[in-house]
Each structure stands twice: as structure tokens, then as C-alpha cells.
Design a protein around this ligand. Structure first.
Ligand SMILES: *Cc1c(COP(=O)(O)O)cnc(C)c1O
Length: 453
């Protein structure tokens, strides 16, 4: 079969194959790549997942999108290497579950996407005998997930810039104790200064020889891995009847996680409803409910900090799937089918006060330990169950996207104990750190890159 082609949501670029979309990241017209065709699983195929391991389901999903682009044995080796950790499904009450996506090397759900994307990039770069240099600015978690995901891979190097005084010691150590093909720069400046240097490097033709890539959250290579856990949880929790279906609650920021779910639905997963729970950055619930889109600029600082997004970078993809057109600035030139969207999606905003209350309530009522992102998701599910009088036996899964031990101060304040670190984060204190320091001067950064690579 012919490989699947990818178009740009701005509708002004040539179609490309998956490997090109993966290595380019953004389309030349600044739009997001989208598959022209979303492959579908039969009911029998979905049934067969019940007996499969996580990495085997990841292989089946990847294989559909990457047909004609990669050999089966190569892809299976990639998913097996990427997913060597558990994906716990914790029963909370009745048929309501929390899926813990926090067992990867940086205890964040971003590990799922970053690890598979890194390995796919390595595979395609080797085939083409090329190499890439990934440049990323981080305010904390994304940088460590990326650095860990690319650590030790061939044909790809990564440089992460972070604002020296704005990340916690633990976040810093998750990046600076790696070494090998990972270089970390502590910048005397703010996150925006880091981002500005990265942006300038991308537009500097003197650095073309480095093959710079951003590998950020809009890369198609990060969305495909995020389809997998939706299939996995359904496969493991379903009753096994013809009419089984499932509800997912997704704590959301840039909507990459949600897009994985929406693709899963298009691929045949019987998803009854998506609950899209955001923090006080409520531009999306307002859009779904009123049809008016207004970004929030600057975005509000909430407790669920990885979701402080005033304009979700993947929103244009969702709009495209519902028949609308939105450009990279958030201007809507064609409205999506809002009624269909409302039918599929229950969108709500959760305040910081409600987030804290939910962390306490979940612990007291169900002995469920949540951190702020997961608490936003769980609150969304509880609201939905009540508002739509959902039956006790309806299967519902709420996503927990980070490990509670990453928020010790908040958990101590609310629950009175210090949560135990997951194995992946233990022993960081004793490891040796290595990083370079720099002022926020572009020429200094440019000379650094030219000297090192
Ligand atoms: C990035 C992130 C989110 C939001 O995911 P999106 O794909 O951007 O919607 C939620 N929780 C945590 C812990 C994250 O790091």
C-alpha cells in the first residue's frame, strides 16, 4: 500500500510522507501536518489487543500510520525499547479508573511521546545517512523528557536551554546528569530569553549545516504514540461485549494528549465521550460553548503549570478534523461543526481552588493520590458523571499525567505527607551534574554551537 500522506492545516504546502513530517516538524507554510487518511482497525483487531503488551499495541498503531515507511521488525524493536515501563490502571470506584502515565524516566506522560519520536527519528536519519541537532528551550519538564528521550541515540544530538533560576534543582538534575549526546545550557535569563535564542538560531542561515529541528509538541511524531494508551486501557478494562464503550477525561494544555484520543476514536475505538478539562485558561471551553475563539494572552499561572496555555498549539488540528480552518495565530476562517464537537466533547475549566479541593477529596474518599494536573482531569470526570447522570457501570478512565512526588510541597500542604519518589527519580542527588552557563547573548550562543558541532 502507498504510504499515508500528510497535509498542512494552513493548506498551502505540499503533501509529505510521515518521515518528512517527522523530521521537518512544522510545514513550510507554518501549518501543522495532518494525515490525509486516518487508518482504521477492525473490531476483531481491537479485540485482539486484549492479550497484547503495551509495546505490541504501540507497534500495531504505529504500523497503520507508517505503512510503507518502515519494516515491521524495525518498528517493533523501537516500541519495545521505548516502552519498557508499566502503565498502571488504578480502580477508584465502580467502573471508574485512573490511568497513571507517570512511570517513564521523567515521571511525566511526555515520556510516551518523546521516547518513540526520538527512536523513529534515529531510524529515519540512519536510513538517510543524516544527522539532526535538536534545540529546545524549557521551563522545566519538557526539556527533561526530551533530553531523556534522545539520550544515547545515534545521528541526533540535543541541546536544552533552561533559565538558570527558574527550574527546581530536581528538574535541573533530570537533564544535567545525562551526558553523551545531551548538552544542557543554564541561561542567565528567563524562559522567554531561552526561547528567543532558539528561534533566532532556527532562522540563521549560517547554522543551516547543523540541520536544526525543534521536535516540539506539534510534531506529528509525538501524536501517534499518544494514541496508544487509549487503545491499551480499553483493551485491558473492557468487558468483552460487542457494545463496550469508554469515556476518557484528559487534563489538557496544548491538546497533544487529546489529539491522540481523537485519532484513536477515528481509528475505531468506541469512545463515548472526551472530557477535556483545562485549568483557568478557559479559551477552549468558551469556544466550544459559544463558537467565539479568544486566546488568553498572557496565559494565567495556575497550579497545573504544564497546562498554562492561552492558545493550544494543537487546536488547529482539532478544528481541521471537525471541518474548520484555524491558522497558527488562532484566527478561524471557517468554523468547525460545533454541534458535532459538543456531542463528542464535554469541555470545562477547573479553578485552582477546585484543584486543591479535589486532591484532598480524592484522597479522603477513595484513597486516590493525585497531583494538580491529574486532579483537574478527575474533577472533570466527577462533574461529567454528575451532570449527565452516568451509570455506575459505565467504563470511565481519567488520565494522571505526572507523578505526585514531583509536587512534594503541595502534597505536604494539602495531605500532610511527603509522597515517595518513583524509582526513576531516586538517586538523582548523588549523580554528577554537567552543564554550561551562558548569558542571553545570541552571538555567544551561535559561537558555542559552531564550536561544539
Ligand atoms: C504537558 C502536560 C499536560 C498537557 O498535555 P497537552 O498534550 O499539552 O494537552 C498535562 N499534564 C502534564 C503533567 C504535562 O506535562
Amino acid at each position: 500500500m502507498e504510504p499515508i500522506k500528510f497535509y498542512s492545516t494552513n493548506l498551502n504546502s505540499e503533501e509529505v510522507t510521515f518521515s518528512e513530517a517527522l523530521l521537518k516538524g512544522l510545514a513550510p507554510d507554518k501549518g501543522l501536518f495532518m494525515p490525509k487518511e486516518i487508518p482504521v482497525f477492525t473490531k476483531e483487531e481491537i479485540k485482539s489487543f486484549t492479550d497484547k503488551e503495551y509495546y505490541e499495541i504501540a507497534f500495531e498503531v504505529g504500523r497503520k500510520f507508517l505503512r510503507g515507511q518502515i519494516e515491521d521488525d524495525e518498528l517493533l524493536a523501537i516500541t519495545k525499547d521505548a516502552y519498557d515501563y508499566a502503565v498502571p490502571l488504578e480502580k477508584v470506584y465502580d467502573n471508574k479508573y485512573v490511568m497513571r502515565l507517570d512511570q517513564g524516566p521523567t515521571a511525566s506522560f511526555k515520556d510516551f511521546a518523546a521516547r518513540m519520536m526520538g527512536r523513529l527519528m534515529q531510524c529515519f536519519l540512519k536510513k538517510e545517512n543524516r544527522s539532526l541537532l535538536i534545540l529546545t528551550a524549557t521551563s522545566g519538564d519538557t526539556g527533561s523528557a526530551m533530553a531523556n528521550a534522545f539520550y544515547g541515540l545515534d545521528n541526533v544530538n540535543i541541546v536544552v536551554l533552561f533559565p538558570e533560576t527558574e527550574v527546581t534543582a530536581r528538574q535541573r538534575k533530570q537533564m544535567t546528569t545525562l551526558g553523551k549526546n545531551v548538552r544542557i545550557i543554564a541561561l542567565d535569563g528567563k524562559f522567554d530569553d531561552c526561547q528567543a535564542l532558539v528561534k533566532e538560531a532556527f532562522s540563521d542561515s549560517d547554522l543551516d549545516y547543523l540541520n536544526l529541528s525543534s521536535a516540539n509538541s506539534i510534531n506529528m511524531g509525538r501524536l501517534i504514540p499518544q494514541i496508544v494508551y487509549y487503545f491499551y486501557s480499553f483493551a485491558k478494562l473492557r468487558k468483552g461485549e460487542e457494545d463496550d464503550d469508554i469515556v476518557f477525561s484528559i487534563p489538557s494544555g496544548n491538546f497533544g494528549d487529546m489529539m491522540g484520543g481523537v485519532f484513536a476514536k477515528h481509528m475505531g475505538l468506541p469512545i463515548k465521550k472526551f472530557i477535556i478539562a483545562v485549568n483557568e485558561n478557559d479559551e477552549f471551553p468558551v469556544f466550544v460553548n459559544t463558537g467565539e475563539y479568544r486566546k488568553i494572552d498572557p496565559s494565567k499561572n495556575c497550579l497545573s503549570s504544564a497546562m498554562n496555555v492561552g492558545h493550544p498549539s494543537n487546536l488547529a488540528r482539532l478544528v481541521a478534523l471537525y471541518g474548520g480552518v484555524m491558522n497558527e495565530k488562532g484566527d478561524v476562517s471557517k468554523l468547525p461543526d460545533l454541534n458535532k464537537m459538543r456531542n463528542d466533547i464535554y469541555a470545562l475549566s477547573v479553578t485552582d481552588t477546585e484543584t486543591k479541593e479535589m486532591i484532598v477529596e480524592a484522597k479522603d474518599k477513595h484513597d486516590l493520590l493525585l497531583e494538580p494536573h491529574g486532579a483537574v482531569g478527575w474533577k472533570g470526570l466527577m462533574d461529567y458523571v454528575k451532570a449527565e447522570s452516568i451509570a455506575d457501570d459505565q467504563l470511565c478512565v481519567s488520565l494522571e499525567t505526572a507523578h505526585p512526588a514531583k509536587f512534594p510541597e503541595m502534597i505536604i500542604e494539602l495531605l500532610g505527607f511527603d509522597p515517595e519518589l518513583p524509582n526513576s527519580l531516586k538517586g538523582l542527588e548523588d549523580k554528577e551534574e554537567s552543564f554550561d552557563k551562558m548569558s542571553h547573548n545570541y552571538n555567544e550562543f551561535k559561537e558555542y554551537l559552531k564550536k561544539k558541532y
